[in-house]
Design a protein around this ligand. Structure first.
Ligand code: ATP
Ligand code: MG
Length: 469
């Protein structure tokens, strides 16, 4: 390809650069994605204008990354990251360039970029491509290759190996062999360890948001990076769970990884929950010898159990996600889903049982929990759950039952109750712990029988309970 099509906004932007005597190119992911025939997600522009000059020629400019020569220009309702040509000199900490030096040479700027496919520029004027490292050829061959010697480039910045894995997962590209070898080099491995958790988390999140996270996760395992950052997950390798019942075919690590593939791509909460949902199995595993085939009572088979693993998984996941610096609200949701993932709906559940399920899971988590269940089933054999399968039918039935119970407007939270703590105090029950216990008992009564949610009736029960305690 000699040139790509430049969007109108960027052409208009170019005319401002040009009027002021500057040049400007689209660069990085946007060019890569257009060459791949995809829509670019965001626009990075590189220019010989300094950040001060960019700020003076455009109206609305925010100094978002001024230390790296980056400003964000608001232009024709778009936010465009504009970075001055840079050539970075030395990375003695393996993370930050010792000196960010500006240059007036585009090729010098391209040579500091990580991979050949990310080191292609296209003129904002006419889309003409500048590709000094044959990035287009690598894109065609679906290859990830560093600009320059992989070892040196990875020693400059320990995040780059993880970016390589992330791009391979996002794009379905192979990592070229020398580049891959360098990731496992012991110096490079030490350097990877020094990156900040925030930078790791951002790349890890992108792996989890790729079409099949298993590609990146397996590459993480193969290169030792999984053990480095999430040893608890890496330790699930070899924990077998296939037994005579035929539910599972994979070990716990592969099952978790494939379950993650089976979770909705746009839902990071469920992808994380799927990836960690069985991590506690290694601590819960027990083996029972029993006759599986009733016609052959003497033939003992091994049956593998993981009693209570969902609680252990939840307890293990919280500190992992905390360490990886995910936001607390997200951690709470993921841990809650993992804790609740072992529900088994049966058609004979009473309405009270359905109400208890809603209370336990919380209404806002029900759809995510169903998605987690679909992901869990997918992770057993890597086969999507058919709409007519018993599992899907059962979940649909539960969904209908939930809708039915919710339409009755029967209390499903403490705040829907016809009495509150003050009401209990007003009939002479002393303020304190006892109030909470009694309110909870009243709530259980309502779950069993919504007709009980009536002030006088509840206060009568409360009086009796107060005598009992
Ligand atoms: P995405 O689609 O995720 O935005 P991207 O290639 O645009 O992918 P960014 O992280 O937005 O990735 O970075 C923009 C460009 O900056 C990259 O294409 C690459 O040229 C360069 N770059 C980013 N991070 C590094 C790094 N750690 N080392 C070298 N170059 C980098
Ligand atoms: Mg980008």
């Amino acid at each position: 390809m000699k040139s790509i099509k430049i969007p109108n906004e960027l052409k208009k932007m170019y005319s401002i650069f040009e009027e002021n005597g500057f040049e400007a190119f689209l660069v990085g992911g946007a060019v890569r994605d257009v060459i791949l025939g995809k829509e670019a997600s965001d626009w990075d522009v590189t220019t010989n204008a300094t950040p001060e000059q960019v700020s003076s020629i455009f109206k609305k400019v925010i100094p978002t990354g001024i230390a790296h020569g980056t400003v964000t220009v608001h232009f024709m309702k778009k936010e465009i990251e504009v970075t001055t040509y840079r050539c970075d000199s030395g990375y003695s900490d393996g993370r930050h360039p010792d000196n960010v030096t500006f240059t007036t040479n585009l090729e010098e700027d391209l040579s500091r970029r990580d991979f050949t496919m990310n080191a292609i520029a296209a003129s904002l004027k006419d889309g003409k491509i500048v590709d000094p490292f044959d990035g287009q050829q690598d894109i065609r061959k679906k290859i990830i290759r560093t600009v320059g010697k992989a070892y040196d480039r990875f020693m400059e910045d320990g995040l780059r190996p993880i970016r390589a894995l992330r791009f391979s997962s996002q794009l379905g590209f192979e990592i070229e062999s020398e580049t891959f070898e360098a990731i496992t080099n012991s110096d490079v491995q030490e350097n990877i360890k020094s990156i900040s958790m925030e930078r790791f988390r951002d790349e890890f999140t992108k792996i989890l948001s790729s079409p099949e996270p298993s590609v990146g996760l397996k590459a993480m395992e193969k290169t030792g990076i999984l053990k480095m950052f999430i040893p608890e997950l890496a330790d699930c390798r070899g924990i077998t769970q296939a037994d005579a019942r035929g539910f599972h075919e994979f070990d716990v690590l592969d099952h978790n990884i494939y379950a993650c593939d089976g979770a909705p791509r746009e839902n990071l909460t469920v992808r994380l929950a799927a990836l960690f949902h069985d991590i506690g199995k290694k601590d819960a595993r027990t083996v029972e010898k029993k006759a599986f085939d009733t016609s052959k009572p003497d033939e003992l088979s091994e049956i593998i159990h993981f009693h209570g693993h969902e609680k252990i998984s939840a307890a293990l996941t919280r500190p992992i996600l905390f360490r990886l610096k995910f936001p607390n609200a997200l951690i709470d949701k993921v841990v809650h889903l993992i804790e609740q993932h072992m529900f088994f709906f049966e058609d004979f559940w009473s309405d009270a049982a359905v109400r208890r399920f809603i209370v336990r899971v919380k209404p806002e988590f029900i759809e995510d929990l169903f998605d987690l269940r679909y992901a869990d089933i997918y992770g057993m054999h890597r086969i999507p759950v058919a709409a007519t399968s018993p599992a899907a039918t059962s979940l649909n039935h539960l969904r209908d039952r939930i809708a039915f119970v919710q339409a009755q407007k029967s209390a499903v939270s403490l705040k829907d109750m016809a009495v509150n703590g003050s009401d209990l105090i007003s009939i002479g029950i002393p303020a304190g712990k006892k109030i909470g216990i009694i309110l909870n008992e009243l709530f259980q009564c309502i779950l069993d029988d919504p007709n009980m949610n009536e002030r006088e009736q509840l206060l009568n029960v409360a009086k009796k309970l107060a005598e009992k305690y």
